[in-house]
Design a protein around this ligand. Structure first.
Ligand code: MRU
Length: 324
């Protein structure tokens, strides 16, 4: 499924806010269109945001340094965004073709996702029950995805998995995007509410948890979609492996630990109003709506990157594997 397409000089973006009911491509034109598409999650998922922002840097006739700052401010947690815009800015200063650089970032992500999927699949057995949270599939990346990559690749190779996906409140990426993506791929998927993860684990239905990541600190602490750390605590309790899958561009060595990662806070309207016919709380009721939380490294069985499978102690192994 191509969520971002560059054809004949035009960038097409699959509007993920309309899924799973409508498949509509939009064509952003101004820097405000690009900013709004990221902020409103028309494009979401750390690698996909980076790819989209790279095209913005290439296609918009703007001051490139200012444009980078502007785009980076749209969503602060996913490091792939500023990683991609930094790379584009460097390409600009080096006098390179910006569209070639954006296409290279896009193609490299396809390659990284494929490698992550292969490493991830090597840890799974045919017939495994899998739990996932949010959406880390092709929609969140370029192809295959990270957290869902081994499942999509496994399907191609004849594996059959039984996948449970948390609906992922408040924006329902698990319900709207993961179940849609897995159904389309012909993978057995069952949708559960976020507070049902414990019972499926207790009932022995889950052999491994697979999730994506938005920023990985040098010590392996990982920012993922809000609620992921709770799933990791449950997995530890039930003795189920908890795998984080991410491209090397998601590791941010400038963050020593998870405490250095900025957590995006979003409008409380997403909790109270957005998905309901009538408001689900009084107008004056305060909301706290962090978009991500940090999973401490001791809860992570392995971090699966395009460069290999990394295990604790992450403060040594991440650097060794990624800078090899
Ligand atoms: O807020 P979102 O929908 O952008 O959050 C996405 C996730 O949490 C993904 O799991 C993460 O970006 C990894 S994407 C491969």
């Amino acid at each position: 499924m191509d969520n971002i397409k560059y054809e004949n000089g035009v960038l097409y973006l699959l509007d993920q806010t309309l899924l799973p009911n409508e498949e509509v491509f939009i064509t952003p034109k101004t820097k405000e269109d690009y900013f709004e598409a990221i902020k409103k999650l028309r494009v979401r998922g750390a690698p996909a945001i980076g790819i989209f922002a790279a095209y913005a840097m290439a296609l918009l006739d703007e001051d490139k340094a200012e444009l980078k700052e502007y785009l980076d401010s749209s969503r602060p947690t996913a490091v792939n965004l500023s990683w991609a815009t930094s790379r584009m800015l460097k390409a600009y200063y080096d006098g390179k073709s910006l569209i070639d650089e954006a296409i290279a970032i896009h193609n490299e992500d396809i390659d990284m996702c494929r490698k992550i999927s292969e490493y991830g699949l090597s840890l799974l057995n045919d017939g495994y029950g899998i739990l996932t949270h949010c959406n880390a599939g092709a929609l969140a990346t370029s192809k295959y995805g990270t957290g869902l990559g081994p499942l999509l690749l496994g399907k191609e190779k004849g594996y059959s998995f039984k996948v449970f996906t948390d609906e992922t409140r408040p924006l329902l990426q698990g319900a709207r995007l993961t179940s849609y993506e897995l159904e389309k791929a012909g993978i057995d998927v069952t949708l559960i509410c976020d507070n049902m993860a414990s019972i499926v684990m207790k009932q022995g239905k889950i052999d491994a948890v697979l999730v994506g990541a938005d920023r990985i600190a040098a010590n392996g602490d990982t920012a993922n979609k809000i609620g992921t750390s709770g799933v990791a605590i449950l997995a530890k309790h039930y003795g189920i492996p908890f795998y984080v899958l991410a491209p090397s561009s998601t590791v941010d060595f400038s963050c020593k630990t998870g405490d250095d990662i900025i957590i995006e806070e979003r409008d409380g309207d997403e909790i109270k109003n957005m998905w309901f016919e009538k408001p689900m709380a009084l107008k004056e009721t305060k909301c706290f709506n962090p978009a991500f939380d940090v999973t401490p490294n001791e809860l992570i069985t392995a971090i699966i990157t395009d460069k290999g499978i990394v295990r604790a102690p992450y403060k040594d192994t991440l650097e060794e594997t990624l800078n090899d």
